[in-house]
Ligand binder design. Structure first.
Ligand code: GLU
Length: 376
């Protein structure tokens, strides 16, 4: 059974495994932790568990909480060092809070702190999958955050929206619910008169991207609509539904599932597990720019041949993930390169039959084989 409407998020058959992401501004207010609100949410999570749904929590708030304790300005986001220190302090309190509140309902919290690399490296990704699966089988509620204290600027998610979508992929969840400080995606800036909440979206098109209006209104989290749409793209590729709903109310899940207030991104396709992982990768080692003929051939399901390549960027090795883009810089696909960057440079525009003469060897005729390639 597929998720076709917002109410399906509360349906065990349609949604046996749900990832719920809680934004910083919901967890932490001016007076510190918003405990009453969180108790209400945890009661809803416990009810979902009682209905037979498995729950994974992705919780923000470590930086905001730690910044308050350490009295750091800009909510701890003034510098990377501040964010790292704040997260180290805040994460202890955050995990303790989840463990305590879930514990009141007889549920066991399990903390996982992940870095981007944990989910980008295939072996580590599969390891995270195994851990999550074991925890769920054992009846625990994983509570996940980015490991902000060790993540550096270049190798961090920076927002928990995309982290939640990647976790959903790794855990093979049915849906992701992003609880935020907005009701969902509006067709224009929600502050403008006549702005309409979209209850259902199919495909994160350029038109949908144009509706996103920048940063989070609270300024506390780092997400905003842009990272939510990126999260929807990652989920879409894996055949996972994603919902944006407001956490500004008591019993926020019931507001989404019972009153139907939120935006459902219905997935259009389902790439195989490995291709979904490849397509959802956020950091790539390089890029291959292709001509119009090669772009069209990729669209028809062909492999990428050297003849269609017009540019090579980055310093990648054979087997690394690269972006494949058109002349305007649009990313068409992700794929695993059969040659390293220097070799690709020498093969640009050449026919497959010439490869052995140019390189002295030519184990593969394609530069990216179609089995190792996912169209975006
Ligand atoms: N990982 C960050 C934290 O715990 C939150 C990231 C976000 O704002 O999405 O504070």
């Amino acid at each position: 059974m597929k998720i076709a409407r917002l109410s399906d998020l509360a349906d065990k058959a349609a949604c046996p495994r749900l990832v719920v992401k809680v934004g910083s501004s919901l967890l932490v207010g001016k007076e510190g932790v918003r405990r009453d609100w969180l108790e209400g949410l945890v009661a809803e999570l416990a009810a979902a568990r009682a209905r037979g749904q498995e729950i994974i929590v992705v919780s923000s708030g470590a930086i905001a909480l730690g910044a308050a304790t350490l009295k750091l300005d800009k909510g701890g986001r003034g510098s990377l060092a501040d964010a790292q220190a704040a997260a180290a302090v805040g994460q202890i309190a955050l995990s303790g809070l989840w463990a305590q509140l879930l514990g009141k309902h007889g549920l066991t919290a399990a903390q996982l702190l992940l870095t981007l690399e944990d989910l980008e490296d295939r072996r580590r990704y599969l390891n995270a999958t195994a851990t999550l699966t074991r925890l769920l089988d054992a009846g625990a509620v994983p509570v996940i955050n980015e490991n902000d204290s060790v993540a550096t600027q270049e190798i961090r998610f920076g927002d928990n929206d995309r982290l939640a979508a990647r976790v959903a992929q790794a855990a093979r969840a049915s849906a992701v619910l992003l609880l935020s400080d907005v009701d969902g995606l509006y067709d224009r800036n929600p502050a403008e008169p006549g702005a309409r909440l979209l209850t259902e979206v199919r495909g994160v098109t350029a038109e949908i991207h144009a509706m996103a209006t920048g940063g989070s209104s609270s300024g506390m989290g780092s997400g905003g609509m842009t990272s939510k749409l990126q999260a929807a793209e990652i989920a879409d590729l894996a055949g996972i539904a994603l919902v944006i709903g407001s956490g500004l109310h008591a019993a926020p899940i019931a507001r989404v599932t019972g009153q139907g207030i939120g935006t459902l991104f219905r997935p259009r396709r389902k790439a195989g597990a490995r291709k979904a992982w490849l397509g959802g990768r956020l950091r790539l080692k390089g890029a291959l720019t292709v001509d119009g003929g090669a772009a069209a051939a990729l669209g028809r399901g062909s492999s990428l041949l050297a003849a269609g390549i017009v540019g090579v960027d980055g310093d990648f090795q054979r087997g690394d993930a690269v972006a494949i883009r058109d002349g305007e810089g649009r990313v068409l696909a992700h794929g695993l390169a059969e040659y390293d960057a220097a070799e690709c440079g020498r093969l640009i525009g050449r026919q497959s039959g010439e490869q052995a003469a140019i390189l002295g060897y030519a184990p593969r005729s394609a530069v990216v084989h179609r089995d190792q390639l996912v169209l975006l």
